[in-house]
Design a protein around this ligand. Structure first.
Ligand code: NI
Length: 161
């Protein structure tokens, strides 16, 4: 495994749509391992492949540090409710902004063996699923921020995602 460089906001690779994964090759396996390692090293709760410069529909999420999720070719099937709160992104370090997201999300994705599964999430997990899936379509949370971005050191109790 190896750490990968996290691309930052403004990098063209973050604004482009990603391609579906057809099969999990050894190279993609290595990418997935590296994405988890890179996310944990950066203290993030999620990372999408374009953030490490790879235009493939792969997302890793772990909201607690003990609940890793790999989503290959994720498609959001259902959403409900609403949550409004601070959100951040490893591609825009040190910043957060207020974004409204669904409070419940059901997503279909493929696992490391390319077997389909469904995952349901609420609160932070729902937010992370939406945020990371947006990356696969070339979108960043800043497009949805209500008001201004703030510096994380100015935040009191909210944890950036
Ligand atoms: Ni992000």
């Amino acid at each position: 495994m190896a750490l990968r460089e996290i691309r930052e906001y403004g990098d063209d690779v973050l604004a482009r749509p990603c391609k579906e994964v057809k099969e999990v090759t050894p190279r993609i396996r290595e990418l997935i391992d590296d994405m988890f390692e890179t996310m944990y090293e950066a203290n993030g709760v999620g990372l999408a492949a374009p953030q490490v410069g790879v235009l493939k529909r792969i997302v890793v999420i772990d909201c607690t540090g003990e609940d890793p999720h790999l989503l290959i070719n994720p498609v959001i099937l259902e959403t409900s409710g609403e949550q409004t709160g601070y959100e951040g992104c490893l591609s825009l370090p040190g910043k957060s902004g207020v974004v409204t997201r669904p409070n419940y999300v059901k997503v279909r994705a493929y696992d490391i063996d390319m077997k389909p599964f469904e995952l349901e999430g609420t609160e932070l997990l729902a937010r992370a699923i939406c945020h990371e899936t947006d990356h696969l379509d070339g979108h960043m949370y800043v497009e949805k921020v209500e008001g201004d971005l703030v510096n994380n050191e100015d935040l009191q109790e909210e944890e950036p995602s």
